[in-house]
Design a protein around this ligand. Structure first.
Ligand SMILES: *Cc1c(COP(=O)(O)O)cnc(C)c1O
Length: 426
């Protein structure tokens, strides 16, 4: 296949999903009802979140991020229509998109345990879970997760707040400051020389051996996915509040950096439910770790990894350094995802500097992958074909583009400075 050759070559490219929009047998294990159920659960936990995390006080315990227009960045890049930044980089508690799925999963597990043990009902005020006797109850249990960094931060911080023992299994890509931050919350960090898959595998074995341990499975978890999907309902309300139209004449384009697929997949699932054919979702992956592209384009999903075609899977974008995609997400995306862009590492830093300079906003390199979408969609021939096929070409000056900023606000200042001074040889 020509595409495989281009991937092996580490070429930047766009892959347009040939199955996009096709009718398929309804075989999803999920529905919008599950997303609404997740949203209700987050609402029930809001008084508890507000109590444990004072930074959520203003939003009354709802973990949400701003949507802001970035006109200067758009001007600089010749984007037709308006460009917005969905600032999950500034989500409270975990400073990344993982504050959606990761924290939701911990809360779901907590509610399950509390219900099973008969000390909580749905209509009580969940703030009581912060009392010492409940913290002591939860401290008999352990939560474990494998992570390249940000998922560990979100699961670790949320679990520690409830009172669980927490073990985060971290791959070689994980940044030192993330390990340090977790340890400061009393989290046990186990480090692995190898990549993400190995950290997950060992974490799962250790967790399975302990009946009081719960393993957060980034590759297959429906709960994580649903936590991410809630973002779509919240975004719809945000757009309405700002009187930003999304309809036949005003298409919405959303660009989300992709690792294993859960975060961008969950958000995309929700957005397609909300906006149907008026929203066009694209993922962006590093040229060294295009795992979702490889899985979806070959149809092999999680039965193929980037190492199988000779790529290293190593990238500066630690949040995206995943060699094997989630098979579950790949299948759900089969007819919903419009396409996937790939991006070279060095450009992540260029976009990062440009955003800082034009908008005074800092994002971590992984998150900056999002800009490749709005900037390149008008440039690739395949993407042009997509726009023409879907009658979008003449509507592009009325389009709304959202770059999904997946992380950054917890990056320590001295590390930000190092990033800002990182340049690559050609
Ligand atoms: C985790 C992460 C992603 C991608 O999420 P996946 O669920 O792994 O696909 C993107 N950006 C950042 C900063 C992340 O931490």
């Amino acid at each position: 296949m020509e595409l495989i050759k281009a991937l092996q070559n580490e070429d930047e490219l766009v892959w347009i999903n040939p199955k996009y929009g096709k009718e398929t047998k309804k075989m999803d294990q999920l529905s919008m009802k599950d997303v609404e159920d997740a949203e209700d659960r987050l609402q029930r936990f809001a008084p508890f979140i507000e109590k444990c995390f004072p930074e959520t006080k203003e939003a009354h315990g709802i973990i949400e991020s701003p949507l802001c227009e970035i006109k200067e960045m758009a001007k600089n890049s010749n984007i037709g229509g308006r460009l917005f930044l969905k600032m999950d980089s500034h989500l409270p508690i975990a400073g990344s998109v993982k504050a959606r799925g990761g924290i939701y999963e911990v809360l779901k597990h907590t509610e399950d345990l509390a219900f099973e043990n008969g000390f909580l009902t749905e209509d009580e005020n969940y703030a009581k879970l912060a009392e010492t006797k409940y913290r002591e109850f939860f401290s008999q249990y352990t939560v474990q997760v494998g992570s390249t960094g940000n998922l560990g931060l979100s699961i670790g911080i949320a679990s520690a707040a409830i009172g669980y023992q927490v073990i985060v299994h971290m791959s070689a890509d994980a940044k030192q400051w993330k390990k340090d931050l977790l340890r400061s919350h009393g989290v046990t960090v186990m480090e692995y020389e190898s990549d993400y898959s190995a950290a997950v595998k060992n974490g799962r074995i250790l967790s399975d051996a302990d009946p009081k341990s719960y393993f957060v499975d980034d590759e297959n978890s429906k709960n994580l996915f649903l936590g991410y999907a809630v973002a779509a309902k919240r975004l719809k309300a945000q757009l309405q509040k700002k009187q930003i139209q999304v309809d036949q004449e005003h298409p919405l384009f959303v660009y989300i950096p992709c690792g294993v697929g859960g975060a961008p997949g969950g958000v995309t699932y929700g957005l397609k439910e909300m906006f149907g054919e008026n929203v066009h979702c694209f993922f962006i992956e590093p040229t060294q770790a295009p795992c979702m592209l490889l899985g979806m384009a070959t149809g092999k999903q999680n039965e193929i990894c980037v190492q199988d075609i000779g790529l290293s899977g190593l990238t500066e974008a630690d949040g995206l350094a995943v060699g094997r995609p989630s098979g579950f997400v790949g299948k759900v995306m089969e007819t919903r995802l419009s396409g996937i862009f790939t991006i070279e590492d060095k450009k992540l830093y260029d976009y990062m500097r440009r955003l800082k300079k034009t908008e005074c906003i800092f994002l971590e390199p992984s998150a900056c992958a999002a800009f490749e979408g709005p900037i390149k969609i008008q440039k690739y021939e395949e993407a042009q074909k997509y726009l023409i096929e879907h009658n979008l070409k003449e509507k592009m000056d009325k389009a709304v583009h959202i770059a999904w900023a997946t992380g950054g606000s917890l990056v320590p200042e001295e590390i930000q400075t190092i990033y800002e001074n990182t340049y690559f040889e050609n």
